[in-house]
Design a protein around this ligand. Structure first.
Ligand SMILES: NC(=O)c1ccc[n+]([C@@H]2O[C@H](COP(=O)([O-])OP(=O)(O)OC[C@H]3O[C@@H](n4cnc5c(N)ncnc54)[C@H](OP(=O)(O)O)[C@@H]3O)[C@@H](O)[C@H]2O)c1
Ligand SMILES: *[C@@H]1O[C@H](CO)[C@@H](O)[C@H](O)[C@H]1NC(C)=O
Ligand SMILES: *[C@@H]1O[C@H](CO)[C@@H](O)[C@H](O)[C@H]1NC(C)=O
Length: 318
């Protein structure tokens, strides 16, 4: 009995230390205040988007939650206003699975908001299917919708420089690759519906995020706009909600114990958005609040350029 107690106590202690030293990870150290600045964050209604939005609201920013669900977004707006004491938190409709919605979001935003200082491309999903425009769902939402959104807002970001674009990618990008034939023929990053296919397509979409930051930084040289991609960590969020119930049951105990909470999961996004002096690292990839060497695939100049051109076509920009 006492052995059992001892072992249990030891396990809890080890877990506690592990959680606070390894799992939780680094914290954004910037004390920047954001009064008078405007931020857009996609998918700011839940997960790490919501905790990122809350932190930015506490710093005094005007925070625009660009979300697809009015009901979920308005609930988040209320929570964030209450917890931050900042009433400059508003919802604007954006469904990244619809190019029309992206265009109308940008149009409304540019008409009604004078500034844009920070664009945080955070929304993402792990789910198969097609967007309204017939694009693969993860290609459309995780990459193309954000690609179009960013391009439509770029002039405003340039006018308001120094400004930043922060792109939430993932360590999963390391398992990704870009099949341009598939992109051209299927308007998707891959075909197939199995568990492995879904994982692969998600990874491809996160590689698109890192390649987008790489190419965007080049195109922004000579402006006061910089951009960064990042891995937020493994986080206990709603991301896996559309995985099969078997997968959900298997990963639940692991995510509960060994994944970061959503506060810790916001830290690298906040670092890229706020940390003073990282401008020379524009286009680079961050993890655990520090710049990291991205996989070679994610800094391949030719692939990044080609992906940009295909994305222009798929998003209707050209
Ligand atoms: N969780 C992790 O371990 C992990 C690891 C690496 C990278 N990431 C990345 O981190 C980012 C945030 O994910 P999370 O973990 O916080 O997941 P989450 O809790 O599922 O939040 C995702 C957000 O994206 C929004 N979204 C999904 N589809 C959208 C669409 N068509 N239009 C507009 N918004 C849409 C969701 O809105 P609804 O609530 O309306 O669905 C939600 O607000 C994602 O880019 C993800 O790939 C996560
Ligand atoms: C960038 O910002 C600096 C300092 O605010 C300003 O002097 C410069 O003109 C800006 N450059 C561009 C290209 O806007
Ligand atoms: C994804 O999961 C959410 C939450 O469980 C659910 O409301 C939604 O209908 C699911 N979507 C699909 C296409 O399965």
């Amino acid at each position: 009995m006492s052995t059992l107690l001892f072992v249990t106590g030891l396990a809890v202690g080890v877990y506690f230390v592990l959680y606070h030293t390894v799992i939780k990870g680094a914290k954004c150290k910037s004390n920047a205040k954001l009064h008078g600045k405007t931020v857009i964050i996609t998918g700011g209604n839940t997960g790490i988007g919501k905790t990122t939005a809350l932190d930015l609201a506490r710093r005094g920013a005007r925070v625009i939650l660009a979300c697809r669900s009015k009901q979920r977004a308005e609930a988040a707006v209320n929570d964030i206003r209450r917890e931050s004491g900042n009433n400059e938190v508003v919802y604007m409709q954006l469904d990244l699975a619809s190019l029309k919605s992206v265009c109308s979001f940008a149009e409304t935003f540019l008409k009604t908001e004078p500034r844009l200082d920070l664009l945080i491309n955070n929304a993402g999903l792990y789910m198969q299917g097609k967007t309204e425009d017939g694009l693969g769902m993860m290609l459309g939402v995780n990459h193309i919708g954000h690609f179009l959104l960013t391009n439509l807002l770029l002039d405003r970001l340039k006018e308001c420089g120094p400004s930043r674009v922060v792109i939430v990618s993932s360590v999963a990008h390391r398992f990704g690759s870009i099949d341009f034939n598939c992109l051209n023929f299927n308007k998707a990053l891959g075909v197939g519906e199995s568990f492995m296919d879904t994982m692969k397509i998600y990874s491809h979409s996160k590689l698109c995020n890192a390649l987008f930051a790489h190419e965007l930084a080049k195109r922004l040289q000579g402006t006061n706009v910089t951009c960064y991609s990042l891995h937020p960590g493994a986080i206990n969020s709603e991301l896996a909600r559309n995985a099969s119930s078997l997968v959900l049951a298997l990963i639940k105990p692991i995510t509960m114990l060994f994944f970061k909470d959503v506060e810790a999961g916001a830290q690298t996004t906040l670092h890229c958005a706020l940390q003073e002096g990282i401008e020379p690292l524009s286009g680079r990839y961050f993890s655990n609040c520090a710049v990291q060497e991205v996989s070679a695939k994610a800094r391949d100049d030719a692939v990044a350029k080609k992906l940009w051109e295909v994305s222009e076509t798929l998003s209707g920009l050209s």
